[in-house]
Design a protein around this ligand. Structure first.
Ligand code: NAD
Ligand code: MG
Length: 398
C-alpha cells in the first residue's frame, strides 16, 4: 500500500510496551505495528506463559526487554532467546518495570484480569500514555485509576471497542451535554438459546462466539454477558458517568459499537465491521486517524441492524455487575475476582455454566466490602473473593 506512513512532518517513532503481547489483543496490536513500522519502536513485550510465541515476537520486533508471568517461564524464555540481546524479567515487578521505562511512551495494557491493575497504575504514575484493553483494571480500581490519571501527566485511551466508540462519539463534545451512553452487546452465543437448556452448555459451545475471535476469558464473559457488566463499570470510570447514565442494548450484528445520546436529543453512534484492529489503531494514532486497509462495511449487503433489551433473568451477571457498581468500594473487585475464578473453573470443567453467576452472587453476599479502598484493600478483596469461590465451587449448588 502506498503512503501508509505519509505524514506532513517527520516524527520519531513512539516507544511501545505491549503487556500481554501473545494474546488476542497483543497479537493484533503487533499487526497494527506491522502496518506502520516507521511510527513505532517496540521496546518491551510480555507474556503470561506462552514463551514460544513471545520468543518469535522477540526475533521479529527486537525489544530491549521482555517479561514472562513467572520465574519459571522467564527461565524458559531466556533459553529460547539466548542468542538475542534482550533482557528477560518476570512477574508483576517485571510488568511494572517495563511499563515505566524511560524509552517507553505508550503502554498497551492487553493482559487479562487483575494482573493489569498494578502496571497500569505504574504507567500512569510515570506519565505514560496507556492504551487500555484490560477492562478488569477499571472494574477493580476505577476510582484509584481515575485519581492517578487526573493528578498526573499520564493519558488513558480506550481500546475496548464500545469504549473506543463512545470516545470517538465524544470527540468535540462537552461532557456536560451527555444525557446517556448506550453500550451495545452482541448477546453472545446463547442469546436465542432457551434458558431451560443452559444447564447443558458445554465449554466448547461457550467458546464459540458469533462475531468476535478473542481470548478464552473474555469469550466466556461474553457468553454470560458479564463482559457487558464489566464494560458498564469500565465506562463509569473512563467517562466519569453515573450508573443511571449507562444503558445496555443487545445488537446481534456488532456493527454499531456504541452510542452517545446528548441533551438536545441528538444521538451519535460509531459503526464498523467487528475488527479490534480498528480501535487498537485509533488508541495508537489518537488524535489522528491513519489510513489503513482494515475491512470496510459493505453497505450493499447491510440490510438491517437489530436491537433488543438485555434479558437479565437469563443473564444475571449483567445485573450483578450493576449491583456491584451501586454498592461501590471493593464490591466491583470482589465481583471481578469471583468472576475470574469462576470462569477458570468453568473452563476446567469443574463447574457448570449456570454455576458462574451463582458462585459470583454468593461470593458478593459473603465477602464484606470496604469503601474508598486503597490498593492494598483491593488486593485483599481480590484474594478473599478467590478463596470464597474455592470454597463455594466444591458445593456450588448448596
Ligand atoms: P488473551 O487471553 O488472548 O491474552 C492475554 C495476554 O495476557 C496473553 O499474552 C497472556 O500471556 C497474558 N497474561 C495472562 N495472564 C497473565 C498474568 N497473570 N500476568 C501476566 N500476563 C498474563 O486475552 P485477550 O482476549 O487478548 O484480552 C486481553 C484483555 O483485553 C482482557 O482484559 C480483555 O477483556 C480485553 N479485551 C479483549 C478484546 C478481544 O477482542 N480479545 C476486546 C476488548 C477487550
Ligand atoms: Mg468490548
Amino acid at each position: 500500500m502506498a503512503d501508509l506512513n505519509a505524514s506532513s512532518q517527520p516524527r520519531s517513532p513512539r516507544g511501545l510496551a505491549i503487556l500481554g503481547a501473545t494474546g488476542s489483543i497483543g497479537t493484533q496490536t503487533l499487526d497494527v505495528v506491522r502496518l506502520f513500522p516507521d511510527r513505532f519502536d517496540v521496546r518491551a513485550l510480555t507474556c503470561g506463559s506462552n514463551v514460544d510465541r513471545l520468543a518469535e515476537q522477540v526475533r521479529e520486533f527486537q525489544p530491549s526487554v521482555v517479561t514472562a508471568g513467572s520465574d519459571e517461564r522467564a527461565a524458559a524464555l531466556r533459553d529460547r532467546v539466548a542468542d538475542v540481546d534482550v533482557e528477560v524479567t518476570a512477574g508483576e515487578e517485571g510488568l511494572c518495570d517495563v511499563a515505566t521505562r524511560t524509552d517507553v511512551d505508550v503502554v498497551v495494557a492487553a493482559v487479562v484480569g487483575f494482573a493489569g491493575l498494578a502496571p497500569v497504575l505504574a504507567a500512569l504514575r510515570a506519565g505514560k500514555t496507556v492504551a487500555l484493553a484490560n477492562k478488569e483494571t477499571m472494574v477493580v480500581g476505577g476510582p484509584l485509576v481515575r485519581e492517578v490519571w487526573e493528578e498526573g501527566d499520564g493519558e488513558l485511551l480506550p481500546v475496548d471497542s464500545e469504549h473506543s466508540a463512545i470516545f470517538q462519539c465524544l470527540a468535540g463534545e462537552s461532557q456536560r451535554t451527555v444525557d446517556e451512553i448506550v453500550l451495545t452487546a452482541s448477546g453472545g452465543p446463547f442469546r436465542t438459546r432457551p434458558a431451560d437448556t443452559f444447564g447443558d452448555i458445554t465449554v466448547e459451545e461457550a467458546l464459540d462466539h458469533p462475531n468476535w475471535s478473542m481470548g478464552p476469558k473474555i469469550t466466556i464473559d461474553s457468553a454470560t454477558m458479564m463482559n457487558k457488566g464489566l464494560e458498564v463499570i469500565e465506562a463509569r470510570w473512563l467517562f466519569d458517568l453515573s450508573a443511571d447514565q449507562i444503558e445496555v442494548l443487545v445488537h446481534p450484528q456488532s456493527i454499531v459499537h456504541s452510542m452517545v445520546a446528548f441533551a438536545d436529543g441528538a444521538v451519535k453512534a460509531q459503526l464498523g465491521v467487528p475488527d479490534m484492529k480498528v480501535p487498537i489503531q485509533y488508541a495508537l494514532s489518537y488524535p489522528s486517524r491513519w489510513p489503513a486497509p482494515h475491512e470496510r462495511l459493505d453497505w450493499g449487503n447491510l440490510t438491517r441492524l437489530d436491537f433488543e433489551q438485555p434479558d437479565t433473568d437469563k443473564f444475571p451477571c449483567l445485573r450483578l455487575a450493576f449491583d456491584a457498581l451501586d454498592v461501590g468500594g471493593t464490591a466491583p473487585a470482589v465481583l471481578n475476582a469471583a468472576n475470574e475464578a469462576a470462569v477458570d473453573r468453568f473452563l476446567d470443567e469443574k463447574i457448570s455454566f449456570l454455576d458462574i453467576p451463582r458462585v459470583i452472587e454468593r461470593t458478593l453476599e459473603r465477602v464484606s466490602t470496604t469503601s474508598s479502598p486503597s490498593l492494598d484493600d483491593l488486593y485483599a478483596a481480590d484474594a478473599e473473593a478467590r478463596r470464597c469461590v474455592e470454597e463455594l465451587a466444591t458445593a456450588p449448588s448448596n
